[in-house]
Design a binder for this molecule. Structure first.
Ligand code: XUL
Ligand code: CO
Length: 437
């Protein structure tokens, strides 16, 4: 046991003062006809929780995540991470995990050796999965850390680098399928550019699409039935990233005929970096039938980069859960792509971070239920557009009219004032009333 001093985390209710207990996440509680745990399939991100150790651009690790292995970056350490990860997930009741290939094993200079290590570790992970019932939400290939990807992976200028990207995707798909993963993610960390002075954007985007097409073909061939995902992000590490936001990614997928196999994995902090709210990105994905999965985290309004904080903003979680419920749930889940702050450097902090994230989304779910049951917001939106229920409105909706006919209506009216009020402040007051009464 790694987390010897940490008990199994239980629901104790909103008045509990126990830091190691859920105050709101009550897994078996029914909300809108489903258990909380069914609404909220949470996942652990291997890289942050078992990897990130508090180091930043200015300082070394603050927490020891060797998990009792004698040396980090060894297969002994990789196996220790598996043990720690499964103990951690079991104690929290987390049912899923997500991984990059190189989160699981140390990368060798020889890809054949890396692949052999991946085979070995996934054998061990499978044993732990069978023992615990914990499942794989999604896998991905890290095509951004290795120096060979400095000019991109699918967008690289070097055909040999492109082969390595293909090889990593192929292997990550093999492992995802072996572990029964529900999804496979493309996050294009290096798929973008710094200056047009050295970049052929069209060439790069076409090559990314070709790589994705090969991934779909191979994945389906080896029996992958789940969704492929693009995870949009506007910048960081690149200045311009091609998968800027949901709308841009959807248009890319449609342009290259990938929209049948792909959905989106929407990350909250990426949404805010793109100048959007989290719920905006969820809505755009959802109305295009492409809301697949969520990377649940939070940005910092005062910082312009990806901070991957654990979700604490209950308003944001509430609006997000409204989108998820209206979407009919997710085919994926809620992956905590989040890490402790550098000074939160104990094992207890690791658990407290997940408790915060899970309770925040539980509150979001409970609030969303109240807003839906209250009905005033939905009623307001319906009424706002009610003038389109007129026969002329219906003709517009059914594409049975013309600019000429509409212009003659305007000419009849001669002039008009403003349409009905948007009443934002009244609606925000309703939200506060529902949340705090
Ligand atoms: C980076 C990020 C990634 C993806 C997977 O910002 O979110 O960890 O989730 O590659
Ligand atoms: Co992410």
């Amino acid at each position: 046991m790694i987390f010897k001093d940490i008990p199994e985390i239980k629901y104790e209710g909103k008045d509990s003062t126990n830091p190691l207990a859920f105050k709101f996440y009550d897994k078996d509680r029914y909300v809108l006809g489903k258990k909380m745990s069914e609404h909220l399939p949470f996942a652990m991100a291997w890289w942050h929780n078992l990897g990130a150790s508090g180091s930043d651009m200015f300082g070394r690790d603050t927490i020891d995540k060797s998990f009792s292995a004698s040396e980090k970056g060894t297969m002994e350490h990789a196996l220790a991470k598996v043990d720690a990860g499964f103990e951690f997930m079991q104690k929290l009741g987390i049912k899923y995990f997500c991984f990059h290939d190189v989160d699981l094993v140390p990368e060798s200079d020889d890809i054949n050796e890396t692949n052999k290590r991946l085979d070995d570790i996934s054998d061990y992970i499978l044993v732990k999965m069978k023992e615990t019932g914990i499942k794989c939400l999604w896998g991905t290939a890290n095509m951004f850390s290795n120096p060979r990807f400095m000019n991109g992976a699918g967008s690289t200028n070097d055909v040999n680098v492109y082969c390595f990207a293909a090889a990593q995707i192929k292997k990550a798909l093999d492992i995802t399928v072996k572990l029964g993963g529900k999804g496979y993610v493309f996050w294009g960390g290096r798929e973008g550019y710094e200056t047009l002075l050295n970049t052929d954007v069209k060439f790069e985007q076409e090559n990314i699409a070709k790589l994705m097409k090969m991934a779909v073909k191979y994945g389906r061939k080896i029996g992958f039935k789940g969704d492929f995902y693009i995870e949009p992000k506007p910048k960081e590490p690149m200045k311009h990233q091609y998968d800027y936001d949901a709308a841009t990614s959807i248009s890319f997928l449609r342009q290259y005929g990938l929209d049948k196999d792909f959905k989106l994995n929407i990350e909250a902090n990426h949404a805010t970096l793109a100048g959007h709210t989290f719920e905006h990105e969820l809505r755009i994905a959802s109305i295009n039938n492409m809301l697949g999965s969520i990377d649940a985290n939070e940005g910092d309004p005062n910082l312009g980069w990806d901070v991957d904080r654990f979700p604490a903003d209950v308003y944001s979680a509430t609006y997000a859960m409204l989108e998820v419920i209206n979407n009919g749930g997710l085919t994926g889940g809620f992956n905590f792509d989040a890490k402790n702050r550098r000074p939160s450097n104990t094992y207890s902090d690791m658990f407290e971070a997940f408790i915060l994230g899970m309770d925040t989304f539980a509150l979001g779910l409970l609030n969303a239920e109240k807003i839906i049951k209250d009905g005033r917001i939905n009623k307001f939106i319906k009424e706002k557009y009610s003038s389109f229920e007129s026969s002329l409105g219906q003709k517009i909706r059914n594409e049975e009219t013309s600019l000429e006919e509409l212009a003659s209506k305007a000419s009849e009216l001669k002039g008009m004032g403003t349409p009905s009020s948007g009443k934002q402040e009244y609606l925000e007051e309703i939200i506060n009333q529902i949340l705090f009464s």
